[in-house]
Design a protein around this ligand. Structure first.
Ligand code: TXA
Ligand code: MG
Length: 318
């Protein structure tokens, strides 16, 4: 199994020749030297990830971006200045030194400066950027604790840098340019409202596997092993599946907690930040329960609720 620890030196040493799981404010990443084709290939193998799904490259600071990107369009630079380090990934024109394997042959590279203090220190200690997808088997729920990584990938990697619970709890918002428009390709830890307060109206293009700009944003994703059904309100789910052995995930703690099922909730109140923070941890718990299926309900359609609901849709049985 992997060693779980807090040593920057150990993580940096392993990264010279191997993969390391790293904490970020969004979710844990499975990191490798972005310039090493051999190690990047290993990321795809460990995750069982198809090679058409490009990786995000993590850098320490803004002045390192020019090492991997050939230009920085002004509106995206505005966002970077306001948000980084933070839960935002920008699609920027890539330099040739970034292996095509990282970008799945696209001419843009997804870049992000994460804010987690341990990973900030780690990136500053390295002389290469880190390619890192979420540290979960392809298609499964992303990890938000070191133990989540250990459970699923612990036998395939040497070291997990333990940064505690991820503060945001869902992946970064992915943003790029189409002509003069700013486009959002994945809803995430930075809400549309926050984005628009900085740069005005943006286009939201988070379709599914058919979206050529974002080959990895497949229709089925973030999914537990047990069948998951999502409803507008839990009551509808109870009516439909109440006679079965179910795990029930409320968005907000209910006034009356049903006694017959295994019950979870994402937040005590209607706070969508709290819901996002708990989402993947609670879905894992429901998945590990002895229920046969999971029923859940949509979060309020505001703030991070939109990103939560996008994930619930993709995780659910169609
Ligand atoms: O919060 C996050 O973004 C986390 C942490 C570890 O940074 N990472 C993450 O990576 O969620 P991953 O690989 O699970 O999701 C990355 C998504 C994929 O859906 C991929 O298709 C998209 O980013 N992506 C990466 N580079 C792209 C590019 N050049 N063009 C379009 N989509 C890209
Ligand atoms: Mg992922």
């Amino acid at each position: 199994m992997a060693t779980i620890g807090k040593s920057i030196d150990e993580a940096a040493a392993w990264l010279q020749t191997d993969l390391v799981a790293i904490p970020t404010e969004t979710v844990y990443g499975l990191a490798a030297n972005a310039f090493s084709e051999k190690l990047v290939l290993q990321i795809f193998e460990v995750k069982n990830r198809p090679s058409f799904d490009p990786l995000i490259v993590h850098v320490a600071q803004l002045d390192r971006i020019s090492e991997i990107c050939s230009s920085f369009p002004e509106p995206l630079k505005t966002l970077a200045d306001a948000i980084w380090p933070g839960p935002l990934t920008l699609l920027l024109p890539k330099r040739k030194n970034v292996p095509d394997l990282v970008t799945s042959g696209l001419n843009t590279v997804g870049v992000r400066i994460p804010s987690h203090p341990l990973t900030q220190r780690l990136l500053n200690a390295l002389d290469f950027p880190l390619a890192a997808p979420s540290a979960n088997p392809f298609g499964y729920i992303s990890p938000t604790k070191a133990e989540h990584v250990q459970q699923q990938l612990g036998d395939k990697i040497p070291y997990i840098l333990d940064g505690g619970n991820c503060e945001v709890g869902i992946e970064s918002t992915i943003v790029g340019m189409e002509g003069n428009y700013i486009c959002v390709y994945r809803l995430g830890g930075l809400s549309i409202k926050e984005l628009e307060s900085l740069v005005g109206k943006v286009k939201v293009k988070v379709m599914g596997g058919s979206n050529p700009q974002a080959p990895g944003m497949l229709d089925v994703h973030y999914a537990p092993r047990k069948p998951l059904f999502v409803f507008d309100h839990i009551d509808e789910g109870l009516t439909k599946f109440g006679h079965k052995k179910i795990a029930v995930v409320f968005a907000q703690k209910p006034d009356v907690v049903p006694e017959f099922a295994q019950v979870f909730w994402l937040s005590e109140t209607s706070n969508t930040r709290k819901m996002a923070q708990q989402l993947f941890h609670i879905l894992r718990q429901a998945d590990q329960s002895d229920a046969d299926l999971i029923i859940t309900e949509y979060a309020p359609n505001e703030g991070l609720g939109l990103a939560i609901n996008d994930r619930l849709k993709r995780a659910s049985v169609k």
